[in-house]
Unconditional design. Structure first.
Lengths: 125, 125
DNA sequence: CGCCATACTTACCTTTTGGTGGGTAGCCCA
DNA sequence: TGGGCTACCCACCAAAAGGTAAGTATGGCG
């Protein structure tokens, strides 16, 4: 369990393994639009169509959106479903693994807010 | 509290704010060596000298190490202490904010391990 | 004097990432 | 015939990140 992790454990190599794991996890999330995409999928109750994602990720262009979605799909975070229609319809949803990102992202959000507050206090004093 | 976060809350803009916060947090952690540095500082009981970090972050070069340390310092994650000696001595330690990264990193580690196991199972079936 | 040690700095280069502006396929409708 | 719709692909360019190899400053020591 995450909350029981011992950063001062016996194995002197353990923090190297953890660094590797964390770097690995971040690699999946890196990219200017991935977090935005993931948060949009978290926020929506249903899968989102390509055009809908394009609309919701303000400022993204098609190439980037496709690229990031492809990487997220390859990394097992989202699924891509094609409907055999004309005009085409494709939608994207979080996988179980994508949904499992919730707690990690929640902790990152808490840290980011805490950090912002902390920095603001420093500035004002 | 992170564990009570409601991804399906009322405010339809909330997930945009969360995306922003998470992106912000990741921005601080992005960079090929930052997580390695942070994990080394977590693992060590004491502040680490530049040369010690260089030794522990296998494969890093001086320029990159300095660059990443500078950014981490600017972002409030590590402190840099200079001792007026010859030859020079400088050491680096986690700030309170750096230490507060523990839970987020722990969740990321759990997710990475879970993901690795999941992908391995898929490969073998 | 000349060399050592430490913690950097600098110039230069390669690789990766992000972005723009076009095009394509397939069917529908007028 | 010639648009319009959707979800892409491609050629090309710019900026950022990462990396190499050299140099700098300081004072102690033989």
């Amino acid at each position: 369990m995450a909350q029981d992790r011992d950063w001062k454990c016996g194995d002197p190599q353990q923090h190297l393994k953890w660094a590797e794991a964390t770097t690995d996890a971040l690699r999946v999330l890196e990219g200017k639009w991935k977090i935005v995409i993931i948060c949009q999928l978290f926020g929506a109750k249903e899968p989102l169509r390509f055009s809908e994602l394009e609309r919701r990720c303000e400022g993204v262009n098609q190439k980037m959106l496709i690229q990031q979605l492809k990487e997220l799909e390859k990394d097992g975070v989202v699924t891509r479903t094609v409907y055999p229609q004309v005009p085409p319809k494709v939608d994207y949803a979080l996988t179980e693994m994508g949904k499992a990102l919730g707690p990690a992202m929640a902790e990152l959000i808490d840290w980011a807010y805490m950090r912002r507050d902390r920095l603001e206090i420093k500035k004002s004093t």
